[in-house]
Design a protein around this ligand. Structure first.
Ligand SMILES: Cc1cc2nc3c(=O)[nH]c(=O)nc-3n(C[C@H](O)[C@H](O)[C@H](O)COP(=O)(O)OP(=O)(O)OC[C@H]3O[C@@H](n4cnc5c(N)ncnc54)[C@H](O)[C@@H]3O)c2cc1C
Length: 457
């Protein structure tokens, strides 16, 4: 069959749009949320429904192609732009969310974003274990673990998945639960996108109408004393409080509030389930350092999707992470030297997410990723404005990661890893062996092209 015939065949099989390099909408169709990733697949299919997903998988198999699934493209950097021989299967039109307030679960379609979920759960006084951004995809985030504002209380989002509706690489549709398909159910809770395409995901919700949350901000020159004090108080926080210490170079954009525009600041952000009075006592040692701004207040729980100030729209970013066993004074000094206000670093931000609490415990019946080792997850990011900036950011991420290496656990959290990496770093030897066996059994022909592979590249 000629290429033209094969494409006509694909178009006849799916309801959603099929776009090829010769079509006028090609650049829009292949664009990831992360604008720095220049994706070049063989063809793009925008799935309209589960049948489209199954038809695309069968088409890919029959034509010796792979399938790269994308909900939003927040995680596109790890897979890179070279998608030769792959169908880019986009699920961004499938954003349905249903909430069962009695069972306290939500069921979402493949392309749902966390903002969609929050809008559906808030009227019931319920929240999901989303992360810091409204437009990150529920499925990609959760397959990778999912580290959010309630993580020290409830753990990773992947530990609270209750059922998955999956098109496996053979093209069959399978309901994946603990009882119907225990191996896949284990693998897909934190093990990533190597095992099949999620059509729908069901997960637990938690009662929460209001939260005491906000940020304390100081000029970055105060970073050393602020980060030290935050580390000390954070280690005493109960599991009800999840916090982040970070250095931010706010860009000089009109969208950034005027008092912060273009400035380098050090921030402590936190979300607390304890209410204002109790949390204020925990935060007092930080307030004693006289922050220039204090935004803490009791707000509807939806505030957790904007608390971190993530970009409201797609941006060209490059980031990298490091898991830290501890954050001693020497590590803070090293970060300030390499990425602090005097360093000339092109990074826009470096943050330390406080781990521990439920994140350090393995719940019963957990999936492939059920806890995170270490006390802090570091993540650093820069904005790619061109090839020179990209090279400088890549270099500085590597330099900063090297500078933190003495305190690293040696592990990786794949949601914060934006380059190909050995899955053994993220899961440990026994888990990665089991994940590889499951991937080999379910996808022997390597139809799936996830952002992070569990098998060797
Ligand atoms: C601004 C920003 C904020 C973030 N905040 C957090 C945070 O607070 N906590 C956190 O843990 N992570 C966070 N992340 C990381 C984020 O969770 C990962 O990048 C995640 O992979 C994004 O999922 P996505 O579906 O949006 O992205 P995509 O790039 O669309 O998907 C990522 C990968 O998930 C898999 N996948 C997606 N959909 C499916 C499907 N239907 N079936 C099978 N596999 C699928 C594929 O392998 C795909 O390559 C953030 C990232 C960004 C850019």
């Amino acid at each position: 069959m000629s290429v033209i015939d094969r494409l006509a065949d694909l178009r006849a099989r799916v309801r959603g749009a099929v776009t090829t390099p010769d079509d006028p909408g090609w650049d829009d169709a292949r664009q990831a949320w992360n604008l720095a990733v220049d994706q070049h697949p063989s063809v793009v299919v925008e799935a309209a429904d589960a049948d489209d997903i199954a038809a695309t998988v069968r088409f890919a198999r029959e034509n010796g192609l792979q399938v790269a699934v994308q909900g939003t493209g927040h995680g596109a950097a790890a897979r890179g732009g070279d998608l030769e021989g792959a169908v880019l299967l986009r699920t961004s039109s499938m954003r349905g969310v249903t909430v069962d307030p009695e069972r306290r679960v939500a069921r979402v379609q493949a392309g749902a974003q966390w903002g969609d979920v929050a809008r559906a759960t808030a009227p019931h006084g319920l929240v999901a274990l989303h992360g810091s951004s409204h437009d990150v995809g529920v499925v990609g985030y959760t397959l990778g673990g999912g580290l959010g504002w309630l993580a020290r209380k409830h753990g990773l989002a992947s530990s609270h998945v209750t059922a998955l509706d999956v098109i496996v690489p053979s093209g069959q549709r399978v309901e994946v639960t603990d009882s119907s398909c225990p191996q896949l159910f284990w693998a897909m809770r934190g093990g990533g996108g190597s095992f099949g395409i999620v059509v729908e995901m069901e997960f637990a919700l938690f009662p929460l109408r209001e939260v005491y949350a906000g940020a304390l901000l100081w000029p970055a020159e105060r970073a050393g004393e602020v980060l030290r004090r935050w580390r000390d108080v954070a280690e005493r926080f109960p599991d009800d409080v999840t916090s982040i210490g970070r250095l931010v170079h706010f860009p000089p954009f009109p969208t950034v509030p005027e008092p912060l525009r273009g400035r380098r600041m050090v921030l402590v952000e936190a979300a607390s389930l304890l209410g204002e009075e109790e949390t204020a006592a925990l935060l007092q040692p930080l307030r004693d350092l006289g922050p220039e701004m204090d935004t803490f207040t009791t707000s509807p729980a939806e505030v957790l999707l904007s608390l971190h100030g993530d970009p409201p729209e797609p941006v060209p970013g490059m980031g990298g992470g490091t898991m830290l066993a501890e954050l001693p004074d020497a590590a803070i000094d090293a970060v300030l030297e390499l990425a602090g206000p005097e360093s000339g670093s092109p990074l826009l931000g470096i943050e330390f997410r406080h781990l521990g609490g439920a994140l350090g415990r393995t719940p019963e019946g957990a999936g492939a990723l059920s806890s995170l080792q270490g006390r802090f997850a570091a993540y650093m990011v820069g904005m790619v404005t061109g090839p020179e900036a990209a090279a400088a950011i890549e270099r500085h991420i590597a330099i900063t990661q090297d500078g933190l290496a003495p305190w690293s656990t040696g592990g990786a959290y794949l949601n914060f890893t934006e380059a190909p990496t050995d899955a053994g770093n993220a899961f440990g030897t026994t888990t990665v062996r089991r994940l590889r066996d499951i991937a080999e059994a379910i996808d022997p022909d390597r139809v799936m092209r996830p952002n992070h592979q569990v098998r060797a590249y």
